[in-house]
Design a protein around this ligand. Structure first.
Ligand code: ADP
Length: 452
């Protein structure tokens, strides 16, 4: 005989209360046979008996059919159809116990063969024995033979299952209590750690705040000290300028041919007074300039400056200085157009200072100045082939009064470079140096095209 796959595994009629027990028991039997797990066997059996009770009371019973579906799709389910003896009323069917639907994977009202059946199904686990047509035929035969147990047997079994379920619930509750305890313990630990961390954080924060306050105080003190230094320098230089200028004037008068003639010794001494006073005046002027630049009292006079004009003037005025026979002063012609927004006087001062230093510290070779437009900024470089500066002195030479030990062949104040750097900054640029001792130096003035 060739039974179709969809043929029921087992069918039975539900007509009276005692049949409910039979349906329950048969349901569990089928569930076991198709490979449902123990818990699922009880679930489906319980759902069946609940729905069966509803059906016996409401419509006088039903015909139950057990099938296996979904085998070909690879997701087999045990499906039970309960076809009521009489149609349901207009309200349809709703299980008395709301929990029934949760016992199975689906519980629906489905039209089948002209009647509305109650269909419930439960997935058969993947590890169950494969439900081949041959296996299904075997199951059909096996279920047809097994006789239903009595209602009493089923009741006893039901009781056993209930006790087992209760035990399981109890053990789960105990496990839950243990877990809860552990969780509380962990929570307490986390809370303690959190408290400790936030205390430490607060402590650190307090330290940082105190440190910042101290830093603020120190920088205010530093600022005040620097301001009073500038004020002191400005005042002293200003006060010194008048008497020193007077000394120079008097010395000039004494040496004047219109005055009484001096002995040669007197003339030599007056000459010494005059040259010392001139040096002193240069120092005083440098100090005054620097103090002014530092206190921010120099306001650049921004105009359109032509570098070719500036270079031309410097070429002219410094040629006279380059008196050493073995040293050439080369001021290159800047590329055209060579304009920028700047302060011509201040810019000239910076460049003159650099050229002056180059000539001062170069015994042989050349001092050269050139300008290039690099990445939209002017780069003016003054190079020399002089004594050079050791790397550890590169920043120090920009400090006030600092002179590289042993380098000062001629007079100087050690104020030229700090002043030049100040002015470069005022003009929106920067001043730096690269140098190799014995080979020469390169001072680079970097300036914006459109001012600060
Ligand atoms: P000053 O030239 O009056 O001593 P500066 O501030 O201009 O003061 O220079 C500081 C020092 O830096 C100089 O005394 C010198 O030691 C060093 N220096 C400056 N320019 C050069 C240079 N072109 N070559 C070598 N050393 C230099």
């Amino acid at each position: 005989m060739n039974t179709p796959l969809s043929a029921p595994l087992m069918q039975m009629a539900l007509r009276a209360e005692p049949d409910i027990f039979v349906l329950r028991q048969r349901g569990r039997e089928v569930a076991t046979a198709v490979g449902l797990e123990y818990q699922d066997q009880i679930r489906i059996a319980t759902a069946l008996s609940e729905v069966a009770r509803d059906l016996v009371r409401a419509v006088g019973g039903a015909d139950a059919a057990f099938r296996v579906a979904g085998v070909e799709e690879g997701s087999p389910v045990l499906r039970v159809d309960l076809a009521p003896l009489r149609p349901f009323g207009p309200a349809g069917y709703e299980p008395t116990s709301g929990a029934v639907a949760r016992l199975v994977d689906s519980l629906t009202l489905t039209p089948a063969d002209g009647v509305t059946v109650i269909r419930m199904s439960r997935r058969i686990p993947a590890n169950a024995e494969a439900l081949t047509p041959q296996r299904l035929a075997e199951l059909r035969a096996q279920l047809a033979q097994s006789a239903p147990a009595s209602a009493l047997d089923e009741l006893a079994l039901q009781n056993e299952q209930l006790i087992a379920a209760l035990d399981e619930v109890r053990s789960q509750r105990d496990e839950l209590a243990v877990l809860n305890e552990e969780l509380q313990e962990t929570n307490r630990g986390v809370l303690a750690l959190y408290n400790q961390l936030s205390e430490e954080l607060e402590e650190t924060n307090r330290g940082v705040v105190a440190l910042y306050a101290e830093l603020d105080e120190k920088s205010a003190q530093l600022k005040a000290a620097s301001e009073s230094k500038s004020r002191f320098l400005a005042n002293v230089s200003h006060e010194l300028r008048a008497p020193v200028t007077a000394v120079i004037g008097l010395a000039r008068l004494l040496a004047d041919s219109a005055s009484d003639p001096l002995t040669s010794e007197q003339a030599r001494q007056v000459g010494l007074i005059r040259s010392s006073a001139t040096d002193l005046l240069a120092l005083v002027n440098d100090l005054l300039d620097l103090a002014k630049a530092e206190s921010g009292r120099i306001e650049p006079d921004w105009t359109e400056v032509d570098l070719r004009v500036v270079f031309g003037q410097l070429r002219g005025t410094l040629r006279a200085l380059a008196t050493r026979p073995g040293v050439d002063l080369v001021v290159e012609e800047p590329p055209s157009p060579a304009t920028l927004r700047s302060d011509e006087t201040l810019l000239t001062r910076v460049l003159r200072n650099l050229l002056h230093n180059g000539l001062k510290f170069t015994e042989a070779g050349e001092v050269r100045m050139r300008a290039d437009l690099v990445d939209g900024r002017w780069r003016i470089v003054v190079t020399d082939t002089g004594i050079g500066i050791a790397p550890d002195q590169h920043e120090r030479i920009f400090e006030e009064f600092y002179q590289v030990p042993g380098s000062t062949s001629s007079v100087g104040t050690g104020l030229g470079l700090p002043y030049a750097r100040r002015l470069a900054m005022l003009l929106g640029g920067s001043l730096g140096v690269t140098s190799v001792p014995g080979r020469g130096s390169a001072f680079t003035l970097d300036l914006p095209v459109d001012g600060a």
